[in-house]
Design a protein. Structure first.
Ligand code: NAD
Length: 421
């Protein structure tokens, strides 16, 4: 791997998209740097009475198109650079889907699996206390990400409401339904990807009963497996951080999910599934029509990209492919449906949640699914057409599509809004 940082590598996509558009250099200069990133330490009382401090960040990358929007990750390897890169991707993801949001992201460097529930609650509340002036329904709206969930969002929304003295559910999305969460948010990321694959299946050369391998079996991976299997496809391999299993005739998805919910690791369920345990990286090389990375960043790089047999990759994870891997896969004729389109169902239903909170009127599941389907099909088709017309990858097309919208908004503000003379 080169010395380039994750953000440097993300910015390559920006430069590449800009080369296809006639865009003012000021626009590119503005989008190369985050608007603001705040770093702090959260000091928490542990159950045994001791105190521990945890590094935490919140980045508001760009708010040209609206309040910044993006999840909060609790992970032991989180860094400021990762937070800023994820916030950059959110900026483009919201523009891809034409949502009236900019991009943001937050993280705490912590292994939440080492905390008790009450320690986790204190940490979540401390995060909101620290960033109470950064977040807000018209300023910056967090959501769940890796190792955070609806329960964490509920605590955070409650803490914010206590600080400002109003019930303010629109400050955060991905909340429990009882606190103003939206129906359909839990499977929205996977559902958006599933609608996209189904809509473009003919163009992608995927049969109605294709085979699927899924890397990462958390929220995004499990819901994708469930939706895809229910649509007559065969899930042949899945993995989690403990390892991978493979069964060419197909895995029993409902049983796997029940096992995960009971706290079991994927490889421990091989025998009851009639599956083989395989090394984690070998999941990439199994015979499958569709590969779905749904774990973390940079999982597919130049060392393993060449082994991929799937003809289509759906990036449910953010940034699972390095640019080197992208180049290899393009050369091998693999179509990559990029993260900023493939996993944007999550932020789209988060947007629906924000809208419902603000209007105080809640939609049924049917309406949520119909609205999501419409946006995914509309933006997915537009991006596919850009890729075909310009002869570029779907990733480049998605960046071109989003950058056009961002540039229009930046120019409409007037560049003097951003640069002092
Ligand atoms: P999650 O924590 O629920 O699941 C992550 C899964 O990845 C877990 O099963 C974990 O065991 C697995 N994993 C970790 N390291 C692995 C490895 N080396 N090999 C195989 N599996 C590994 O997280 P999630 O919410 O499903 O998010 C997964 C990805 O999707 C992340 O990149 C996240 O940013 C992205 N994403 C999630 C959402 C959402 O709404 N949940 C929205 C957009 C993007």
């Amino acid at each position: 791997m080169s010395d380039d940082t994750l953000l440097d590598r993300a910015l390559i996509r920006l430069e590449e998209a800009a080369s296809h558009l006639n865009i003012d250099q000021d626009v590119i200069e503005k989008l190369k740097y985050p608007r603001e990133t705040t770093k702090t330490r959260l000091l928490i009382r542990m159950d045994d009475g001791s105190r521990k401090s945890f590094l935490a960040w919140r980045c508001r990358y760009d708010d040209t198109r609206g309040p910044t929007k993006g999840g909060i990750r609790f992970h032991p390897d989180s860094t400021i650079e990762e937070v800023e890169t994820l916030a950059f991707w959110m900026t483009f993801k919201c523009a891809v889907m034409n949502l009236p949001f900019g991009g943001g992201k937050g993280a705490v460097r912590v292994d939440p699996r080492q905390l008790s529930k009450s320690e986790l609650e204190r940490l979540s509340r401390a995060y909101v206390q620290a960033f109470a002036r950064t977040v807000g329904p018209d300023r910056d709206i967090p959501a769940p990400d890796v190792y955070t969930n609806a329960m964490v969002m509920g605590w955070m929304a409650d803490e914010y409401s206590q600080i400002v003295g109003d019930v303010s559910p629109a400050v955060i999305t991905g909340k429990p339904i009882a606190l103003g969460g939206s129906l359909g948010r839990n499977d929205a990321t996977a559902r958006g990807g599933f609608y996209l694959v189904r809509h473009l299946a003919r163009e992608l050369g995927l049969a109605r009963d294709h085979t699927v391998a899924i890397q990462g079996f958390g929220n995004a991976g499990q819901f994708y497996a469930r939706l895809s299997a229910a649509d007559n496809n065969t899930i042949v391999a899945v993995s989690d951080s403990s390892g991978a299993i493979h069964r060419p005739a197909g895995l029993d998805v409902a049983r796997l999910i029940a096992g995960k919910e009971a706290g079991r690791a994927v490889p421990d369920m091989a025998a009851e599934q009639g599956a083989h345990v395989i090394p984690a990286d070998e999941l990439l090389a199994v015979e499958a029509d569709l590969l779905v990375p749904a774990a973390l960043e940079d999982m597919i790089d130049k060392t393993n990209a060449g082994s991929i047999k799937a003809k289509v990759i759906l990036e449910l994870a953010n940034g699972p492919l390095t640019p080197d891997a992208d180049t290899i896969l393009n050369a091998n004729g693999v179509t990559v449906l990029p993260d900023i389109l493939a996993n944007a169902g999550g932020v789209t239903v988060s947007y629906f949640e924000w809208v419902q909170n603000r209007q105080g009127f809640y939609w049924d599941l049917e309406e949520i699914h119909a609205r999501l389907l419409k946006i995914v099909e509309c933006e997915g088709r537009a991006i596919w057409d850009v890729a075909c017309e310009r002869g570029v990858s779907v990733r480049s097309a998605a960046y071109i599509h989003a950058l056009g919208r961002l540039a229009t908004a930046i120019e409409a503000h007037g560049t003097q809004s951003f640069f002092s003379s």
